[in-house]
Design a protein around this ligand. Structure first.
Ligand code: MN3
Length: 205
């Protein structure tokens, strides 16, 4: 019995984080872009349907197990599915607006303080050339790292666990911010749900 991948519910209204990201962008981003990644992932896996029994996270952690003729399609569309599924959770309205507990201590230890972290992460997001993501991950030594990836490449494929990420593809911000990616990144901080980030960190550490 195999189940195809499905587009998850956004979990909140398209206009719920309007202060930072407008409703039309959210609707197209979730309903069209993310939906297309899910659809294209399912099409690719028709050639290797045994993988419908795996989680998308396990598929990305073991990408070399995917047959070579569909590996690029799974990397791009499976990455797109996992990255966006995570992103919506990170933007979920509510929760604490700053890191707290062990995660806050670890951020301070790694990046001097919260401002140092915001600066490092924002620089990674601004300087990613073309399309991609910036990440805060827990690496394979359980240390925090910030970096960016191209396209839809997932930190899971590097053996890392993403705990915070920002989509810097133009489709994520162009309607409101046009070419002003730094303004979008600045606004992003006001809608990060640190409860979610903390939960991801606690599960991974
Ligand atoms: Mn996107």
């Amino acid at each position: 019995m195999t189940e195809k991948f499905v587009l998850p519910e956004l979990g909140f209204a398209y206009n719920a984080i309007e202060s930072a990201i407008d409703a039309q962008t959210m609707e197209i981003h979730h309903g069209k872009h993310h939906a297309a990644y899910v659809n294209n992932l399912n099409v690719a896996l028709e050639k290797a349907p045994v993988f419908f029994g795996s989680s998308i996270e396990d598929i990305l952690r073991n990408l070399n197990d995917i047959p070579e003729d569909i590996r690029v399609a799974v990397r791009n569309n499976g990455g797109g599915h996992a990255n966006h599924s995570l992103f919506w959770q990170l933007l979920k309205p509510g929760g604490k607006n700053m890191p707290f507990g062990d995660l806050a201590k670890e951020i301070d230890a790694t990046f001097s303080n919260f401002d140092g972290f915001v600066d490092t992460f924002s620089k990674a997001a601004v300087s990613r050339f073309g399309s991609g993501w910036a990440w805060l991950v827990l690496d394979d030594h359980k240390k925090l790292q910030v970096y960016s990836t191209a396209n839809q490449d997932s930190p899971l494929t590097l053996g890392h666990t993403p705990v915070l990420g920002i989509d810097v593809w133009e489709h994520a911000y162009y309607l409101r911010y046009q070419n002003r990616r730094p303004d979008y990144i600045k606004a992003f901080w006001s809608v990060v749900n640190w409860n979610t980030v903390n939960d991801l960190y606690q599960s991974a550490k």
